[in-house]
Design a protein around this ligand. Structure first.
Ligand SMILES: [Cu+2]
Length: 196
């Protein structure tokens, strides 16, 4: 039941984000809204797990696959991270041009140590990033990402979040959204079309 609700919320968030992106891309947002969403960009300022401040320009020259999630996520995040790893394997040497980035939407629980431990279960090429709540908010705005803390019983909480993989080109420009439910092979196919 809970997982159905999570999926429903994810779907709603996903559709909202996709719609906002379409409006933004078409430049028609102004026509129907007083405050159109800003154009999606690939910008971010965050902290790597070794404590270094990194921005999108740190990774210039690579195709970025940016995914937002959190380590306590019951099912969506582990699945997506697993499939990203499968895509990298399927790409072979082409994967050298690709940098997957996992940005936590739960910086309170996802300390650097927690993220580091969590990412050991996935392809080692996936980089984990985190930021102070204000930094995360700024990045989420740039990427049009939805995330919201939802309280459960006993003081626990989950974070509902949109589940797109954001593709940023080697010049730092946002290119497209890929659905988080793509299999690794489909994801690799999409990337082969972009990465030459
Ligand atoms: Cu998740």
């Amino acid at each position: 039941m809970r997982s159905t609700l999570v999926r429903l919320l994810l779907t709603i968030a996903t559709l909202t984000t996709a719609f906002a992106t379409l409006l933004s891309a078409a430049g028609t947002a102004r026509a129907i809204s007083d405050s159109p969403p800003p154009r999606m960009t690939g910008h971010f300022v965050l902290t790597a797990l070794d404590g270094q401040v990194v921005t999108d320009s740190t990774y210039r020259g690579k195709w970025l696959l940016v995914f937002f999630g959190y380590t306590y996520c019951p099912d969506v995040c582990p699945t997506v991270l697993g499939e990203i790893g499968n895509a990298l394997s399927a790409l072979g040497p082409l994967a050298e041009s690709v940098q997957p980035i996992f940005i936590t939407v739960d910086p309170a629980r996802d300390t650097a140590a927690v993220l580091m431990q969590y990412l050991k279960s996935f392809d080692r090429r996936i980089v984990g990033l985190r930021g102070a709540p204000a930094q995360l908010e700024a990045v989420a705005k740039q990427y049009h990402v939805y995330y919201k803390v939802r309280s459960l019983d006993h003081g626990e909480y989950v974070v509902d979040h949109s589940a797109f993989i954001h593709v940023v080109d080697p010049q730092g420009r946002f290119v497209k959204l890929l659905n988080g439910d793509l299999s690794g092979h489909r994801l690799a196919d999409e990337l082969r079309k972009l990465v030459n």
